[in-house]
Structures are given as structure tokens and as C-alpha cells.
Design a protein. Structure first.
Length: 259
């Protein structure tokens, strides 16, 4: 099958054929993609995306723009929470026939709070090769620049939508002996910070917003102060929330300045 530009790729038709036969070992490649800045992609990731027989992605339009930006031609196939179950036999058959496939999410590492876990499990269970192509991660980027203890840490994915469940999860975070990291919607962030400020107003928190993008922001300080900031300035964009451990080590006791 002749390669077509990513922006023009039809996502769902026909059998798969490798874009560059023999250029990749038959495997499912989990490829990390930029979380904001399109330049944050590795040379290996670009090679895999260019060479894989098919690129399975959450949104073919979103991934198409990324690939077009880097001049990559690829065969795109939609794989999201709604169709993952029915895509799995199709992709497994492709891999079992000696093909290669890349899996990407809209941002960051696939399967981390994104679709793909069931596909990876099925590929491993079938004895197929699965490789990770590491790269950008909102969790690690936020942790590294947070000023809070980094290891060990707890990652809880997206906080629950329901207030009761969210309150219980935050209560558990406040009792942990390590930094807790969550993804949160900008529309619920103020309510979440209010719950934290009510439970422990002096607890150190960090809101990492729009990581790697033009308006990246780290807001650090006691929960009550960070709450006041976002009450006066409504949050926008992608949010990663970090909650300090119950007890901070001596080197972190003074804490970063608010802001």
C-alpha cells in the first residue's frame, strides 16, 4: 500500500501493510508523544511512527497534525475507549502476521490514564513483543519541577468526578508519606483545592498547568494560598496537581515560595 500523508490518511479501511517493510521488528510499540510542545519528541519515536505498519491513536486528526508537523507519513487507525475492544483482534492479527504497530495517545505515554491497556494486555497474553518508546510525561515533568519530594511518589490518575469520592481520595493523599500526583479538570480544580484547604489549609500543594506550552505555570504554596489564587483567576488548560507528603524532609520543610 502506498504511503499517504498523515493528514490525508483514511483511518479505518483495508488490511494493514508496513510502510517500510523490514524496517521494524514485528512488535507493538508504545510511543510517547508531546504533552504540549511539538518539539518534545524523540528521534526514535519519529522513526517508529514513520516505519510502523499502522499507528493506532485516540484521535486521528490530532495525531495527523503532529505527524504532518514532523513530515511523517503514516497509516492511522482510531483506537479509543469506545472502540478498543473491537480493534484488539484486528491489531493482534496484524502483529501475528509479522506486522508492526505503534500505539500513541493524544499526549504523553499511552495507557497512562489513556486507552490502550487492554490492547497491551492482549498482546502480552498472546506472546507478542511489546516495546516502550519513552518520552514526555506530565507526571514526571510536574514532579521534577515541583520542589516536593520526588521518590517515592503516588500517581492516582484523574481524580474522581463525584465530590464524595474525590474527598475520600484527597483524604488518603493527605495521609500518605509520599507526594501524591493527580490529573484534574480546570473546571473542578477550585472545588478540589477548597476540599484540601478545608482539610489541611497549610498542606503544601503544587498546581502544574499547561506543561511545556507557552503559558506554562507552576503555582506552589499552602493549599489555602493556592486556592485563593485560582479563585481570583480561573484556571485553564491541562492540570497536574501535586500534594506534599504528611511530613516533609528537613531540606523541603521551608518549602518553595508561593507562586
Amino acid at each position: 500500500m502506498e504511503n499517504v500523508p498523515a493528514a490525508e490518511a483514511a483511518p479505518d479501511d483495508g488490511a494493514f501493510e508496513d510502510c517500510a517493510p523490514g524496517s521494524l521488528q514485528s512488535a507493538l510499540y508504545l510511543v510517547a508523544t508531546p504533552i504540549g510542545n511539538l518539539a518534545d519528541i524523540t528521534l526514535r519515536a519519529l522513526h517508529v511512527l514513520r516505519s510502523a505498519g499502522v499507528v493506532a491513536c485516540e484521535d486521528t486528526r490530532h495525531t495527523g497534525r503532529l505527524l504532518s508537523h514532523h513530515g511523517v507519513r503514516a497509516r492511522l487507525l482510531s483506537l479509543n475507549e469506545h472502540n478498543e475492544a473491537r480493534r484488539i483482534p484486528e491489531l493482534l492479527a496484524h502483529l501475528q502476521a509479522g506486522g508492526s504497530a505503534a500505539l500513541v495517545s493524544d499526549a504523553g505515554m499511552p495507557t497512562v490514564s489513556d486507552p490502550g491497556q487492554r490492547l497491551v494486555h492482549a498482546a502480552v497474553a498472546a506472546g507478542l513483543r511489546v516495546e516502550s518508546v519513552p518520552g514526555p510525561s506530565a507526571v514526571l515533568a510536574a514532579l521534577a519541577a515541583s520542589g516536593l519530594p520526588v521518590t517515592p511518589f503516588y500517581f492516582g490518575g484523574f481524580l474522581p468526578h463525584k465530590k464524595g469520592q474525590r474527598s475520600r481520595e484527597l483524604g488518603q493523599a493527605l495521609e500518605r508519606d509520599c507526594t501524591s500526583v493527580y490529573f484534574e479538570s480546570p473546571y473542578r480544580l477550585v472545588d478540589t483545592l477548597a476540599l484540601l484547604a478545608e482539610a489541611d489549609p497549610e498542606r503544601r500543594v503544587v498546581v502544574a498547568r499547561e506543561l511545556t506550552k507557552k503559558f506554562e505555570e507552576f503555582r506552589r504554596g499552602p493549599a489555602r494560598n493556592v486556592l485563593c489564587h485560582f479563585q481570583s483567576k480561573a484556571p485553564k488548560g491541562e492540570i497536574t496537581l501535586l500534594i506534599s507528603p504528611r511530613e516533609l524532609p528537613k531540606w523541603a520543610a521551608a518549602g518553595p515560595a508561593d507562586g
